[in-house]
Ligand binder design. Structure first.
Ligand SMILES: [Fe+2]
Length: 209
């Protein structure tokens, strides 16, 4: 189970849904099981099915990882491939960066991670505020991201639809499509955002940053 979770970035066709290191009700009360079933079990599974259908007869693409497929789609303006491969990549990233809440004591943040966040944003509070403001600014469907650019600088950015960031390596992503929160929070994106911080896997975050 753990290997599947860690190795999705190396996965090639045929794609399959990853096993998560937590149960679908384990993120409650922050993200409820009903939302997780709709989001992870059904919506992500559908992106995977669509991506496999696209790749079924395209032998030249079957050995490519999600990142490689996305690069190919970008270069060749293959919108449908970009949508489906992006939908799988973004959801794999999102679901594997989460973990059950650890209560009042946040565990897993290394001093180095705090140092980098402080250097780039002035501290955790301002980082979270700026990330929230980016997430709230997305009109329609998309993602908020913390990325590291080619110069090694941390930047907050957003992408529309199932696009992935083109200007750096993802560190953290937040799915702000309504399907990610509507069942639980209706249209209250801010409430979803507040809940999100409780279920981030800070160990993984600290490794990536
Ligand atoms: Fe989603």
């Amino acid at each position: 189970m753990e290997n599947a979770t860690q190795n999705w970035e190396q996965m090639t066709y045929p794609f399959y849904n990853i096993n998560l290191s937590y149960n679908l009700h384990a993120l409650e009360p922050y993200i409820d099981a009903k939302t997780m079933r709709a989001h992870y079990d059904r919506l992500l599974a559908n992106y995977i099915k669509n991506l496999n259908q696209i790749l079924e007869n395209r032998l030249e693409l079957q050995g490519l990882t999600l990142s490689e497929l996305l690069n190919y789609a970008e270069t060749n303006h293959d919108l449908e491939l970009r949508r489906q491969a992006g939908g799988v990549y973004n959801h794999f990233f999102f679901f594997t960066e989460l973990r059950p809440a650890t209560g009042q004591i946040v565990i897993g943040i290394t001093p180095q991670a705090t140092q980098k966040i402080t250097a780039a944003f002035g501290g955790w509070k301002t980082f979270k505020e700026q990330f929230a403001s980016a997430a709230l600014s997305i009109f329609g469907s998309g993602y908020a991201w913390l990325i590291k650019n080619a110069k090694g600088e941390l930047k907050i950015t957003t992408t529309a639809n199932q696009n992935v960031p083109q200007d750096g390596t993802p560190i953290l992503c937040l799915d702000v499509w309504e399907h990610a929160y509507y069942l639980q929070h209706l249209n209250e994106r801010q409430a979803y955002l507040d809940a999100f911080w409780n279920v981030v896997d800070w160990v993984k975050f600290s490794e990536r940053i």
